[in-house]
Design a protein around this ligand. Structure first.
Ligand SMILES: [Zn+2]
Ligand SMILES: [Zn+2]
Length: 246
């Protein structure tokens, strides 16, 4: 019993429920205090736990501590025991809890892990753990979930240029070429934020700029940031293995 060693389990329960907005029997009961990863956080007897887990234990008593407690309402701060179950949710349901669902036209941002924040070329996408240590890109999972299967070797592109977005209306399938063409059509004077790198789309002036700056001691990673190309591509350019004619 987790609280058996505590001096005053009743007091813990009282303190706990004082932090929950108790509402109608079937409504969500949001946590009023601090959050961790979007879940309510509660500390007692030197243990840090999610609030809904504590709510489940206080209400239903002992359960297998290896098991996860999850909300059937997909509201991560909800502590209503009626909305809590033990066991792992299917990925589709866990997924929805990480998407900030808004109106049809707005972006639905991923609120979970973002991959490769410092990688302007391939990073910045939501990452969703589907289990067995595997993770997939959140917008791809969103496409499969709400639109349908993705054919092999097909990209899922954003019409909104927001890599965190999981709104199915902002996602479309594309081959690499489609993706590039679409990104360039939308151009708007900035580098396209497609799923792939478009090092070949640098201008001759930009290539010259990269070579000159690197020769003058500018760190290559600054070029990676500035032009959104990979480190490897900067290397190719500097060594004239690409853009040799410039
Ligand atoms: Zn709820
Ligand atoms: Zn969007």
């Amino acid at each position: 019993m987790p609280y058996a060693k505590c001096r005053n389990p009743e007091r813990i329960a009282k303190r706990f429920w004082s932090k929950v907005r108790l509402r109608g029997a079937d409504e969500c009961w949001p946590w009023k205090a601090g959050l961790i990863h979007g879940y309510g956080a509660f500390k007692s007897c030197g243990r840090n736990e999610t609030a809904h887990r504590v709510a489940y234990r206080l209400h239903y008593g002992i359960f297998d501590e290896q098991e996860q407690v999850h909300q059937t309402c997909a509201n991560r701060t909800c502590c209503n025991p009626k909305h809590l179950r033990v066991g792992r949710l299917p990925p589709e349901q866990r997924f929805k809890a990480f998407v900030d669902v808004r109106s049809k036209s707005e972006c639905w941002n991923w609120t979970g892990t973002i991959s490769g924040r410092n990688d302007p070329q391939n990073g910045g996408y939501g990452s969703f753990a589907i289990g067995d240590g595997k993770a997939v890109r959140a917008h791809r999972f969103a496409y499969t979930l709400w639109r349908g299967p993705i054919p092999e070797e097909t990209l899922v592109c954003h019409s909104c240029d927001n890599r965190k977005c999981c709104n199915p209306d902002h996602l479309f399938l594309g081959t690499q070429l489609d993706n590039m063409a679409d990104c360039w059509r939308k151009g708007r004077g900035h580098r396209p934020k497609g799923e792939l790198a478009f090092a070949s789309k640098l201008t001759a002036d930009q290539v010259k700029d990269i070579r000159q700056r690197v020769a003058n001691g500018t760190p290559r990673k600054e070029m990676v940031k500035k032009y959104g190309v990979t480190r490897q591509n900067v290397g190719f350019i500097v060594r004239r293995e690409s853009w040799a004619h410039v």
